[in-house]
Design a protein around this ligand. Structure first.
Ligand SMILES: [Mg+2]
Length: 415
C-alpha cells in the first residue's frame, strides 16, 4: 500500500506547539506583500539544512508589530493558513485579512515564521525515514510513503493510526493520512481523512465513482471546465471516457492513469526541475523601477542557483498587470551561469514580455533545465564571471544576500 500524509493546517499547528492559548480557537497565519525586499534590503535567505524541503526563496523580516498590517489606514494581508475553527466561520486560505476580521473581529492573527516551518518539516522527514523505508517529500507539509513489502496490507490501517499518534506525541502536530494502492488515490483519500484522521481506500473504482472531478489533485479550473464541457462531472465519468482523455496526449493519459489508480513510484528524491522567485507588490507603473526590482530578484535567484551548484540553460519571466492580464517570455541560453548574465537575460525577457500599457503588480523569475554548457564561444568570459560570482557568493553566504548589491539596484535611493 501507498500512503499520503498531510499535516493539518500546518502553519497554525506549528505555532500552537509553543502557545497553548492558540488551541481550539480561530487562528490565521497572514502574509503581507514582501515590500521589504525592494525597500530596505532587510530580506534574508534562510540557511536551512541540506535536505530540507525548500520551495521558493524564503524571505523574512525579523521584527513585526501590529502596524505591519496597516497602510494608510487600510488593512493589508492575505490568509495563508486558517485553523479549522476559523474555517468553520468561512475564513480560508486566500481570504483577505480585512474580510477575515469582518467575519470574526476577535480572530488571532499570526505572522509567518518560515524558519520554524522548515525546521519542523525537516525533522518530521527524518523521523518518517526511520519508520518507512521509502519516503517522498511532496511539499513542506505533505509526504508520500511506500509500505509495500514493509507492512502487510491488512495491517496498514493500524500502522497509520499508530504513526499518527507517534507524530502527535513527538511533534505535537496533527496529521491526516490517506491509504490506497496508488499514490494519487492515497492523496485523494487524505482529503476524506481531514482533519486529524486516517482514511483507507479498499476498492478504488467504488471509491472514486461519485467524487466530483474538482476534488482530484491536479485538476485545476481550466481542466475542470474542459471536462465539464464534455459532460464529465465525476471521476467515474473520467474512467468511462478513456479515449477522450487519451486524445489529449500526455497530460490526459497521465490524468486518466492517476484517477484509475495505475501506479506511479514513490520517488525518494524530488529532482529539482527549476528554481524561482516571485513577488507581488502594489502597482508600479515606472519601467525603470520595475527593472530595478527585477535586478534585486536576480540577486536572490543567483544566490539560490549558486547554492544548489547547478547550471541553468532555461530562463523564464512572468508579469502580472493591474488589469488582470498576464504575460510571459522565456529563452534557452547555453552559457555558464553568472549573475550578470542572469540580469541581462531577465531584462531582455522583460522587454519582450511587457505587452501592456499598465501598472505591474507581480514579477516572477525562474531558471531550469540544469546541465553543463557546451558553448565555447563565450566560455572564457563566462568562466571569469563565474569565478567572480563564486567569490561574491562566499561573501553573501557569510554576511547576507544584501552584503553586495549591483549598481543598478541603488538608483532608487538616489532619486
Ligand atoms: Mg496540510
Amino acid at each position: 500500500m501507498k500512503i499520503h500524509l498531510d499535516l493539518d493546517s500546518f502553519f497554525v499547528s506549528a505555532h500552537r506547539i509553543y502557545d497553548e492559548n492558540l488551541l481550539n480557537r480561530p487562528v490565521v497565519v497572514v502574509k503581507r506583500n514582501d515590500r521589504e525586499i525592494f525597500e530596505n534590503h532587510k530580506a534574508e535567505v534562510l540557511n536551512l539544512n541540506e535536505g530540507a524541503f525548500t520551495g521558493d526563496l524564503i524571505v523574512s523580516k525579523k521584527e513585526y508589530d501590529k502596524s505591519y498590517f496597516l497602510e494608510n489606514g487600510k488593512v493589508r494581508g492575505i490568509v495563508v493558513t486558517a485553523s479549522y475553527e476559523a474555517r468553520e466561520l468561512g475564513i480560508k486560505t486566500g481570504t483577505t485579512l480585512k474580510e477575515a476580521l469582518l467575519i470574526y473581529p476577535d480572530l488571532i492573527v499570526l505572522l509567518p515564521d518560515y524558519r520554524l516551518y522548515h525546521t519542523l518539516s525537516y525533522k518530521l522527514k527524518l523521523f518518517l525515514k526511520k519508520r518507512i523505508p521509502k519516503i517522498e517529500q511532496y511539499s513542506i507539509d505533505e509526504f508520500f510513503g511506500d509500505l509495500e513489502g514493509w507492512v502487510r496490507d491488512d495491517e496498514v490501517y493500524n500502522f497509520c493510526v499508530n504513526l499518527k499518534k507517534e507524530i502527535y506525541e513527538k511533534f505535537r502536530l496533527p496529521v491526516s493520512i490517506g491509504i490506497a494502492k496508488s499514490k494519487w488515490i492515497a492523496k485523494l483519500a487524505t482529503s476524506f481523512a481531514k482533519p486529524n484522521g486516517v482514511f483507507l481506500v479498499r476498492d478504488i473504482n467504488e471509491f472514486i465513482k461519485d467524487i466530483e472531478i474538482e476534488k482530484f489533485p491536479g485538476i485545476g479550473k481550466r481542466i475542470e471546465k474542459k471536462l465539464k464541457q464534455k459532460g464529465i462531472y465525476t471521476l467515474g465519468d473520467v474512467v468511462k471516457n478513456r479515449e477522450y482523455l487519451f486524445s489529449w496526449g500526455k497530460p490526459g493519459i497521465l490524468l486518466y492513469n492517476r484517477v484509475t489508480g495505475i501506479d506511479e513510484e514513490v520517488e525518494e528524491r524530488h529532482l529539482r526541475k527549476s528554481i524561482g522567485i516571485s513577488r507581488r507588490f502594489d502597482p508600479v507603473y515606472c519601467r525603470d523601477e520595475i527593472l530595478r526590482r527585477i535586478s534585486i530578484l536576480c540577486r536572490y535567484l543567483s544566490f539560490l542557483v549558486m547554492k544548489k551548484k547547478v547550471n541553468p540553460t532555461f530562463y523564464y519571466l512572468k508579469i502580472r498587470y493591474k488589469n488582470g492580464k498576464k504575460s510571459k517570455a522565456h529563452t534557452r541560453v547555453e552559457r555558464l551561469f553568472n549573475e550578470l548574465l542572469l540580469k541581462e537575460i531577465m531584462t531582455l525577457l522583460f522587454y519582450r514580455a511587457d505587452s501592456e500599457d499598465d501598472a505591474v503588480i507581480s514579477i516572477g523569475l525562474s531558471v531550469g533545465v540544469f546541465r553543463k554548457t557546451t558553448n565555447l564561444f563565450d566560455y572564457k568570459k563566462d568562466f571569469k564571471l563565474q569565478k567572480l560570482n563564486e567569490a561574491i557568493y562566499k561573501i553573501r553566504s557569510k554576511y547576507g544576500v544584501s552584503a553586495l548589491l549591483g549598481a543598478d539596484e541603488i538608483s532608487y535611493h538616489k532619486r
